[in-house]
Structure formats: C-alpha cells, structure tokens
Design a protein around this ligand. Structure first.
Ligand SMILES: Cc1cc2nc3c(=O)[nH]c(=O)nc-3n(C[C@H](O)[C@H](O)[C@H](O)COP(=O)(O)OP(=O)(O)OC[C@H]3O[C@@H](n4cnc5c(N)ncnc54)[C@H](O)[C@@H]3O)c2cc1C
Length: 168
C-alpha cells in the first residue's frame, strides 16, 4: 500500500502539535512540516506560554472548557512525567484581579479567593483569585515536539521532518 503523505503548514506550537498528533493517529504515514520559520524564530518561541484562557464570545463555554481541560490534562501529564524538564512544562502560581469566577476555575489547581494578607502584596488589586496553572516554555517545548515528531516517524522507519521554504 502507498505511504500516506501529509503536509502540515506552520512550525509554531499549533503546527508541531498537530504533526505529532497525526503521527500517532496515522501510523506509518510520512509528514512534512512546511514553514517559513522554525524554532526559535516563531511567535510561539516568545509567548509567555501561560495556561490562562481568554473567553471567546462566539464559542459555547462548555466547548471552550472542554478544549482547555483537554490541553491542561495533556500538559499536566507531561509535568508529572520524567519529560517535564526537557519539554519546558512547569507549574506556576498566578493571581488575577477579578471577583468573577471564570469558567476554567475548576480545571486549574487550587482556585480560591486571595486572603487579605495576600491582597496587601498587590496594592493595585481590590479583589483577587489565586491558583496554580501550567506554563509551557516555547524555547524548550518546540524543540521537544520536533524531536518527538522525528522519533515517531523514525520509529515507523518513515521520513522525518523536512524543512522547506514556503512559497506564498
Ligand atoms: C508576547 C506574547 C506573549 C504571549 N503569551 C501567551 C500566553 O501566556 N499564553 C498563551 O496561551 N498564548 C500566549 N501568546 C499567544 C501565543 O504565542 C500564540 O497563540 C501561539 O504561539 C500561536 O501558535 P501558532 O502555532 O498558531 O503560531 P506561530 O507560533 O506564529 O506559528 C506560525 C507558524 O506558521 C508559519 N507561517 C505563517 N504564515 C506562513 C506562510 N504564509 N507560509 C509558510 N509558513 C507560514 C510561521 O513561520 C510559523 O512557523 C503570546 C503571544 C505573544 C506575542
């Protein structure tokens, strides 16, 4: 049977995550990542990489929550694995100056109101919530994804990642 050949355009966190995902879903396929920039030159390399989702008004909240939970659970499994350091995924304490409880409050860890003593340390905040979330550091995470992709494809004894100039 002919090898399934797949092209993924873009080598930021979206493109590389998609490519790794496909490599698992379509065993034996050949994947080419086509991009004009690769790590460390993508936007994903300079992002803070914090898992604190915005709210998109045109998408049902349950859908947004499901997507965030799947992402959180996926990265949380990495943070609890021996790969955490290589992948650049860490747990991080954050606070937000809002009274409203966001839809993702029960997905992150330990979401709670800040105490009065804690609030004193943030004089610009009248209210505050504190929680622990994940941070995914692009300069480590993108090379880690690339390595996983090459390994996944190599273990299938198929083609690796090909870097090509994009023609736009
Ligand atoms: C300063 C900053 C801080 C941020 N902090 C956070 C944060 O804390 N948390 C968070 O969730 N998000 C954050 N973001 C947003 C986050 O960076 C983006 O949502 C994420 O990087 C998008 O990933 P991507 O793979 O879609 O895009 P990119 O990383 O931009 O990758 C796009 C890829 O496509 C390629 N490409 C684009 N156009 C073409 C073309 N025409 N032909 C060929 N290749 C092309 C590019 O070369 C690149 O490889 C931040 C962004 C910035 C700038």
């Amino acid at each position: 049977m002919d090898t399934v050949r797949i092209a993924v355009v873009g080598a930021g966190v979206m493109g590389l995550s998609t490519a790794v995902c496909i490599s698992k879903m379509v065993p034996g396929c050949s994947i080419t990542v086509i991009s004009d920039k690769f790590t460390p030159e993508t936007t994903s390399d300079v992002a803070a990489g914090m898992l604190i989702p915005p709210t998109y008004p045109d998408t049902p909240i349950q859908k947004q929550k499901q997507w965030f939970k799947e992402t959180f659970d996926h990265l949380f499994a990495i943070v609890n694995s021996t790969e955490a350091e290589d992948a650049g995924v860490i747990l991080i304490f954050r606070s937000i100056p809002t009274e409203e409880v966001p839809y993702w409050a029960d997905v992150v860890l330990g979401f709670r109101k800040m105490t009065k003593d804690e609030l004193k340390k943030f004089p610009q905040h009248v209210f505050g919530h504190a929680f622990t979330t994940l941070k995914c550091e692009g300069p480590a995470y993108l090379p880690w994804l690339q390595k996983r992709l090459v390994h996944a494809l190599a273990s299938d004894r198929k083609a690796g990642v090909e870097e090509e100039e994009a023609h736009t």
